[in-house]
Design a binder for this molecule. Structure first.
Ligand code: AMP
Ligand code: ZN
Length: 165
């Protein structure tokens, strides 16, 4: 497994503080990184691990994780997120070539309300086939007549515009 070159610097080792160490003891993905439980690894470099999801939505489903423990997208440093999507692109391309996938889904969940089960940030890279039979079953909603959509958009936008956000 040749490391994929990546132009953004990794997170410094000084960030690997006691808080992170504490999480490692309880986290199934940290245990995979530490070699304490087995996984079907398909790519590894200094700060990233990719392995097969044991309960695939579609066969070939892989998970891209940082070696440093961060729970979710909000608590992860931007350079960690950048590296994850960079590696996910390579995995997606490899799935298309190796498995003859017709398409790829990239999925990422944050919090129980969003369906996150493992609190170590991960990108799902899921190969899709014209005949794979999987359906996301997304049910769409409708905004109330009037300003509802605009007000929700404005509240998010106002938060972004606050100093330091
Ligand atoms: P999420 O719901 O986004 O937190 O996804 C967690 C994913 O981790 C699920 O798709 C599980 O199938 C997968 N998973 C949990 N434990 C393992 C494991 N030991 N090895 C590989 N994948 C796992
Ligand atoms: Zn972890």
């Amino acid at each position: 497994m040749k490391p994929i070159s990546f132009p953004v610097l990794s997170v410094s080792s000084s960030e690997f503080d006691e808080r992170v160490r504490k999480n490692v003891n309880d986290c199934i993905f940290c245990k995979i990184i530490a070699g304490q439980i087995p996984a079907c690894k398909i790519y590894e470099d200094a700060d990233t691990l990719v392995f097969m999801d044991i309960w695939p939505i579609v066969k070939g489903h892989a998970l891209v994780i940082p070696k440093r423990h961060y729970a979710d997208i909000v608590s992860s440093p931007a350079e960690v997120l950048a590296k994850l999507i960079f590696v996910a692109q390579k995995i997606a391309a490899a799935q298309k070539r190796a498995l003859k996938a017709d398409g790829i889904n990239i999925m990422q969940s944050n919090g129980r309300a969003a369906g996150q089960v493992v609190d170590h940030i991960h990108l799902h890279v899921i190969p899709r086939f014209n005949s794979d039979g999987h359906h996301w079953n997304w049910k769409t909603q409708k905004y109330a007549d009037g300003p509802e959509m605009q007000e929700l958009g404005d509240s998010i936008s106002a938060e972004l515009n606050k100093a330091g956000k």
